[in-house]
Design a protein around this ligand. Structure first.
Ligand SMILES: [Zn+2]
Length: 246
C-alpha cells in the first residue's frame, strides 16, 4: 500500500497547507481517506481523471469533508462533458450531522453507505473495518488491510482506552495529534495529544506512527515529533504530498 498525504491540518490549515485528506493506493485500487479543504486540488495533481474506487469519510466536520462538495461539482461537470468518471462514487460516511449528510446524499453522484461501529466493507481486495471513536460528532477510525498489510487511521478522536487494542500490530498508525502537552490546559478531549498517540503506538506494537491533523495555528511540528517520539521512536510527522509505503 502507498499512502500519500494530501493535507495534514485541522481544524484549519496553516498558510499554504490543506486540511485532512489522504490518497491510499492498494495495488491498482485507490481510496480516499477524508477530503478536507484544499485536498481536491492536490488530488488532481496526482489523479487528474479522478478514477477513485471509494471515499472513506471518518466524520462530517468540514476539515475532513469540505472538498467533497467540490468533488461533487467536478464529477457532475466532467460527466456532462462526456468524460468517463466514477459516478456514482462509493462513499462510506456517518449519516450525521443531518445537514452535512444531506449535502452529500442528495447530489446524485455519491453512493453512500452509512458508517456503523464494526462495519466491515470489501472494496475489491481491500478490507475496511470501522471503529466508532470519541469526538463531538459521530466519527470512525478505519482499519484497512490489503495483501497482509494494515493501515489504521484514527480519524479524529479523543483518548480511548481501547485504541491500542484496536490498532494492535498495524504496519502504520496514522493518528490525530492535533494537540501537544502544552494544549492540555485548553481542554483537549476532542483530539489526541502527540504523547497519547506515541503511547498508543507503543502499546499496540505498530511498526510506524505518522502524526497528522496538526493544528493550523502554530509552528508545532517539532514539538509534536518530540513528544510522540519520546514514547515511540519510529515516529514521523506527516508531510504534505509525500508518500509513505506500507
Ligand atoms: Zn473533527
Amino acid at each position: 500500500m502507498k499512502l500519500t498525504v494530501l493535507g495534514k491540518y485541522g481544524p484549519f490549515p496553516a498558510p499554504g497547507g490543506a486540511c485532512s485528506g489522504y490518497l491510499l493506493e492498494c495495488g491498482r485500487r485507490k481510496l480516499l481517506l477524508d477530503l478536507g479543504s484544499g485536498t481536491l486540488s492536490r488530488l488532481l495533481q496526482l489523479q487528474v481523471d479522478l478514477k477513485i474506487d471509494a471515499v472513506l469519510l471518518s466524520h462530517l466536520h468540514s476539515d475532513h469533508m469540505a472538498d467533497m462538495l467540490i468533488l461533487r461539482y467536478a464529477l457532475q461537470q466532467l460527466q456532462s462533458h462526456g468524460q468517463d468518471v466514477p459516478v456514482p462514487l462509493t462513499v462510506i460516511a456517518p449519516d450525521s450531522p443531518e445537514e452535512e449528510f444531506r449535502l452529500l446524499s442528495t447530489s446524485g453522484v455519491f453512493d453512500i453507505t452509512a458508517a456503523q461501529d464494526k462495519l466491515r466493507a470489501r472494496i475489491g481486495d481491500i478490507t475496511v473495518t470501522l471503529h466508532r471513536m470519541t469526538h463531538p460528532v459521530p466519527t470512525y477510525a478505519f482499519s484497512i488491510t490489503h495483501e497482509g498489510r494494515c493501515l489504521f487511521y484514527t480519524g479524529d478522536t479523543g483518548w480511548r482506552e481501547d485504541l491500542a487494542e484496536l490498532c494492535r500490530g498495524a504496519d502504520l498508525l496514522l493518528a490525530d495529534t492535533c494537540f501537544t502537552d502544552a494544549d492540555r490546559k485548553f481542554g483537549v478531549s476532542a483530539h489526541l495529544t502527540a504523547s497519547e498517540a506515541g503511547r498508543i503506538a507503543r502499546e499496540a506494537g505498530v511498526k510506524q506512527l505518522i502524526c497528522t491533523h496538526l493544528w493550523g495555528g502554530g509552528p508545532v511540528p517539532d514539538v509534536t515529533l518530540k513528544e510522540a517520539s519520546a514514547r515511540f521512536p519510529d515516529t514521523v510527522v506527516a508531510e504534505e504530498m509525500r508518500s509513505y509505503l506500507i
